[in-house]
Write a protein that binds this ligand. Structure first.
Ligand code: SAM
Length: 267
């Protein structure tokens, strides 16, 4: 599979938007999520499905945890984690439209605030579990975001980060969707895994795990639902999702080299 074969804007709806869209289809994140919000939870999205298939078992029991969902969007993870026993939870996002959807979910109502991830309206050293799902590539100033994350989390806090895999960008995938009229691709910043991990390490996090996920047979059903079964075989050859698990160290002096943990880490 090469970049040219990937050119198929109709794939955008399945959450695997690709290159080949014309310049007018590329929109800033603010506009993109304003338009995507109303269908975000309903569009068949194999990337979200794959991420959940991996992360959900690791986050089954979060009883007593103080949870931060950074760039929470429609509150996908916050809703799940509160249902699994989170003692308190907050979702932060900069999109009014995404937060409007989030606020309609019972477990999320009253728990979300509009803010940029780079400057959090949150108290210091409070959260012991944070998740930032499919948002990293929209954050221009990753250093500021991770510095804030370090400030608001407690020593020992677990932080899970997911995003479209850097190799998927290289193969021509992007972040996008299709609204009534056209396919749209949302602006992103490309970073290598090493660049991401090094920003976290520089801010007092140990990398417990970085894992590459490929789409598998459960996601094939998502493609079928979206009427895209014919492109699944190619899509399943691409490293699709990156998952990182970081742990907040007590002090910068404790920062260690990241190591691979194939099974992930249970909380
Ligand atoms: C693909 S959505 C992911 C939403 C949710 N985390 C999920 O996985 O379903 C990306 C989200 O990042 C938010 N976002 C982008 N840049 C942001 C920033 N600088 N600060 C806060 N939120 C941001 C967008 O508004 C959008 O809701």
């Amino acid at each position: 599979m090469n970049g040219t074969e990937n050119i198929d804007p109709s794939r955008a709806q399945a959450g695997a938007a690709v290159s080949g869209l014309d310049a007018s289809s590329l929109v800033p994140a603010a506009e993109g999520y304003e338009r995507w919000a109303s269908t975000y939870d309903h569009d068949p999205n194999p990337l979200l499905a794959r991420e959940e298939r991996y992360l959900s078992p690791l986050l089954l029991d979060v009883r007593g945890k103080r949870i931060l969902d950074l760039a929470c969007g429609t509150g996908r993870w916050l809703e799940k984690l509160m249902a699994r026993g989170g003692v308190s939870g907050v979702g932060i996002d900069c999109s009014f439209a995404m937060l409007r959807v989030a606020k309609n979910k019972d477990a999320v109502t009253g728990r979300v605030a509009r803010a940029g991830c780079e400057s959090l309206p949150l108290r210091t050293a409070y959260f012991d579990l944070a998740i930032c799902s499919f948002a990293l590539a929209h954050i221009g100033d990753l250093g500021s975001m991770v510095r804030e994350l370090a400030r608001v989390t407690m020593a020992g806090a677990d932080v899970f980060v997911s995003d479209l895999h850097p190799d998927a960008y290289t193969r021509g995938w992007g972040v996008g969707f299709r609204d009534k009229n056209r396919a749209m691709q949302i602006e992103t910043v490309r970073r290598s895994i090493e660049a991401i991990v090094s920003v976290f390490r520089a801010n007092g996090f140990e990398c417990m795990l970085n894992e590459t996920l490929w789409l598998g047979s459960p996601e094939q059903r998502v493609f079928e639902k979206a009427g895209k079964a014919h492109i699944f075989a190619d899509a399943s050859q691409v490293p699709a999702v990156l998952i990182c698990h970081f742990r907040r160290l007590a002090s910068q002096a404790d920062v260690q080299f990241p190591r691979k943990h194939p099974e992930g880490v249970r909380l």
